[in-house]
Write a protein that binds this ligand. Structure first.
Ligand code: PLP
Ligand code: SF4
Length: 363
């Protein structure tokens, strides 16, 4: 039976209904999508390692017939997930080794990443945190929060705390209000950021109550995660507008370059312009991390560099994100080479511009 259609539109727009009615089994998925033989045969072995889950809303964006649909490729398990490439790691960014207190990764001196939940509405098959996300063996509670808060208070070099997960917007509004209040009361904390994919996979989470919480703690920076223009729906547009105008939130996007999903200049231009049109500034485009089972998603760096070259200068600079790689082993993020420098002489630099013309400037 198909459980993905509610009785009323009110239920559909209720984020808790969407969470409670997530599609989690092959049987329920088959009622919505025509699965290929390969998708059917790899479903169980893949989802045993990393849970399958999708909201009715996000599944509704997928093409039921086309196995190459960019939404479908992000959510339906495929055989490649079982491959362990020679460079791939379970924890590619060494987040667990830079963990001074449980739930906090403190790699860069001035900012710390805080995992507040292991749950997401939709599990992205390329997730870097498969090792813990979806694995609800442990939900951080008040005691861990207090340890993390004590750590932030006693480390005056920390200027920013980034709420992450899993999805931090999985927490109730009361809990978020409490945590944001605590963070904002620490004098050396300059800014608070939230990393959430709910604006993409569960936009109904952004309602006026949540916006009141954000407004109270102004300014809040929210970095979301759109990967394809198909994800920018009328509901997304409406709720992002609410987030900005009622929540006073500054919204940015970090996407991932994904094979067969968005690895073309045309699709990315449409995505970046589409985001700018609804008030979201493209911040980063990530090279896909070398996590176990990600080879089916990873695009060669050379191709990524070439794609970015077709974008930089061709569309508004406001709409262009920085293409970065988070170094496997925990080295942090670096911008990928853009190869604009054609030659360096003893008195000048010669650059190749976006139209392939050479320009010489002095040191
Ligand atoms: C990505 C990341 C950050 C944030 O980096 P920005 O470049 O400031 O966006 C902070 N801490 C960790 C551990 C990260 O991986
Ligand atoms: S939303 Fe982020 S943390 Fe959650 S499954 Fe997707 S990539 Fe992983």
């Amino acid at each position: 039976m198909d459980h993905s259609q509610p009785e009323t539109i009110e239920s559909w727009l209720n984020w808790k209904w969407q969470i409670q009615n997530r599609i989690k089994t092959q049987e329920a998925l088959s009622a919505n999508l025509e699965l290929t033989k390969e998708e059917r045969s790899s479903f169980d072995s893949c989802s045993a390692f990393f849970e399958f889950s999708v909201t009715p809303y996000y599944l509704g964006l997928a093409d039921s017939k086309d196995p190459h649909c960019p939404i479908r490729l992000q959510i339906v398990p495929r055989q490649e997930e079982l491959i362990r490439g020679p460079f791939e790691k379970q924890d590619p960014l060494a987040e667990e080794t830079h963990m001074p207190v449980k739930g906090v990764t403190h790699r860069y001196p001035d900012r710390a990443l805080w995992y507040l939940s292991h749950v997401c509405a939709v599990y992205c098959r390329f997730c870097t945190r498969k090792r813990k996300v979806s694995n609800s063996f442990h939900t951080p509670g008040k005691e861990e929060w207090n340890q993390a808060l004590a750590y932030f208070r006693s480390h005056s070099e920390i200027k920013e705390v980034i709420l992450s997960g899993g999805d931090p917007l999985n927490l109730s509004n009361d809990k978020l209000d409490y945590l944001l209040g605590e963070l904002k009361s620490i004098p050396h904390i300059n800014q608070v950021r939230i990393h959430s994919r709910y604006p993409v996979t569960l936009p109904m989470r952004i309602d006026s109550e949540l916006c009141s919480v954000f407004k109270k703690h102004f300014p809040i920076y929210l970095v979301t995660h759109f990967n394809h223009p198909k994800e920018i729906t009328p509901l997304v547009k409406e709720r992002i507008s609410l987030l900005i105008q009622k929540g006073n939130v500054i919204v940015l996007n970090q996407g991932v370059l994904l094979k067969g999903i968005n690895d073309s200049a045309e699709i990315l231009k449409e995505l970046f312009y589409g985001l700018t049109a609804i008030g979201i500034k493209p911040y980063y485009l990530h090279q896909c991390d070398e996590v176990w089972g990600s080879s089916g998603f990873r695009v060669e760096i050379a191709k990524g560099v070439e794609i970015m070259k077709q974008i930089r200068g061709k569309i508004s600079g406001l709409s262009v994100p920085l293409y970065v790689v988070d170094l496997t082993g925990g080295g942090g993020k670096i911008p990928l080479p853009s190869e604009y420098l054609a030659e360096k002489t003893d008195h000048s630099y010669i650059f190749r511009n976006y139209q392939d013309e050479l320009y010489e400037i002095s040191y």
